[in-house]
Every structure is written in structure tokens, then in C-alpha cells.
Design a protein. Sequence first.
Length: 195
Amino acid sequence: MKLLESKTLQNLARSFAGETQASTRYKFIEYGARNEGYNALAEVIDKIAFNEFNHGRMFYTYIQQASPKMIENIDISAGYPFKEKWNLVENLKLAADDEEHDRNLYKEFEKVAREEGFEEIANLFAMTASVEECHKKLFLDLYQQFSSGTAYKKDKTVKWKCSGCGYEAESKEAWDKCPLCQAEQGFVMLQVASK
Ligand SMILES: [Fe+2]
Ligand SMILES: [Fe+2]
């Protein structure tokens, strides 16, 4: 089967559209986090947005390989989430839900690609699904920390680090203002599994 006539091409186009939207939605969340003074959170979100950009870039690359001629247009019919409002903490939960949705979709697209004989693309979908699973866990972790007020306040002593100047110290609760550079608490790096 030629990629140009396949369901997989449609799925690549849907995925490209989904990834570019996800990247932009996360830029919105990052923007909100910076506006509210949560710079360290914004940095984490920025990295996830960059991951989505690169997923989109790889999907686009495979679409380009489908034909030596210019592909003028690909018609797709698909739904995309528009549920996020301008509530920072709530958006973290909604983003986790979106990640779960994408992970499941890519597992389905992986299956179709294998059935159509596109092993490389199937593997790309599989690898991307595994990243979305990590993103989901990270967003859920962030949501739990910020919704319960434990992002900067822990039960046990941990090491905090200022993202502004690099100052480190151990305590249960992060400083209000960095003792070295006076940066606000929002600059203290978060305690998350993958940053
Ligand atoms: Fe992605
Ligand atoms: Fe993701």
C-alpha cells in the first residue's frame, strides 16, 4: 500500500494537527504560570510544549515523505479539545486528560500503521504514545501538588534549588524569597520525577 492512499497518512495528519494544538495549549498554560509568578512551573510546561512540537515535527516529516510532489492539502475530519479555561491549576488536570486521550489514540494509530505495513511509522506512534503516558503522569503530579498546596511544602526535608541563581538548601518548606538572589518562591524548582 502507498502511504499517500493509506489511512495512516490521514492519521499522521490528524496527529500533526493534534500535536501543534497541544504545543500551543501548553504555551497558554506556560503563559498563565508566568503571569502568576510560577516561573519554575512555566519552565516544566515549556519543556512539555517543546516535546509536543517535536512530535508534530516528526509526524510532518513522514507526511512529506509520502510524495515527491507537493501535497497541496489533506482533508481530515477529527475532534480536538477546547475545554481548557484560564484556571492554571484546573488546566493541569485537563492537560493530563488530554495526554491520556492522545496516548490511547496513538496506540490505535500504531495498530493501523502495522496493519497497513508501515513499521517505521507504527514504531513512531508507539514511542510517542509512551511519551504521552509520561506527560500524563507529570501533569497529574503537578496538578496534585498545586491543588493540595504541597508544591513548596513537604512532610519531610527535601533539597530546594532556586532556578534563578542556583542556591540550594534543605528544609520542609521552600523559602518565600531566595536568600541569595531574592527571587520569589515561584522560581524554586519543583520536586517532580521528570523535569
Ligand atoms: Fe505529543
Ligand atoms: Fe504529550
